[in-house]
Design a protein around this ligand. Structure first.
Ligand SMILES: [Zn+2]
Length: 185
């Protein structure tokens, strides 16, 4: 969950909102501890270009926004108190990284409880926090974050991405005729 998130303000344009988000994230990074200059290629070389989430190799020829492109994943998210340091990042497919988002894996019940306690301090989430069970939180976060799960999610993203690429390709072809009649009901 992104604690540093700017609340969507109807007075703000999307660009202003993005700038505000970025600013909050930078502030959060500095508040979390030391900040190192992170270089994607350096992290990729260090990690042997194997995705830290799905554990499959990363082909460096893919470029964002292809879900197979390389990205830097924060092992402990910035929002969750992680630092911008080499020891807190790993190379990951952009799609896997996006699926994971800021979903931290709780290594212990104490860790999950600390997050639950944080949530309980937010007035409109306090009631919800009472229903959260740290043991269940830990179990579910570990289940969600298995390599097989990421592999499945990445495959779905790649299929969608390729479908879009095909549609764009077809739309650009002046001789393309939509043969809707061929589609079986
Ligand atoms: Zn991956």
């Amino acid at each position: 969950m992104e604690w540093g998130n700017a609340v969507a303000d109807p007075e703000m344009t999307p660009a202003e909102h993005r700038r505000r988000q970025k600013q909050l994230r930078e502030e959060r990074k500095r508040a979390n501890g030391p900040v190192e200059k992170i270089d994607r290629a350096e992290i990729g070389d260090r990690d042997g270009w194997v995705c830290g989430l799905c554990r499959d190799p990363i082909d460096r020829s893919y470029r964002y926004p292809d879900p197979r492109a390389a990205s830097v994943d924060h092992i402990r998210s910035i929002a969750g108190g992680g630092t911008e340091t080499r020891d807190n990042v790993q190379i990951a497919h952009w799609g896997c990284n996006h699926e994971r988002n800021a979903d931290d894996v709780y290594a212990s019940v104490e860790e999950a409880e600390a997050v639950r306690a944080e949530i309980a301090r937010i007035p409109y989430l306090a009631k919800h926090a009472e229903t959260m069970d740290p043991e269940e939180m830990m179990r579910r976060s570990q289940e969600r974050n298995r390599p097989e799960e990421f592999r499945k999610m990445l495959a779905r993203r790649v299929a969608k991405w390729e479908l879009i690429q095909n549609l764009v390709f077809e739309a650009a072809d002046p001789d393309f005729v939509f043969e809707g009649d061929d589609i079986e009901e």
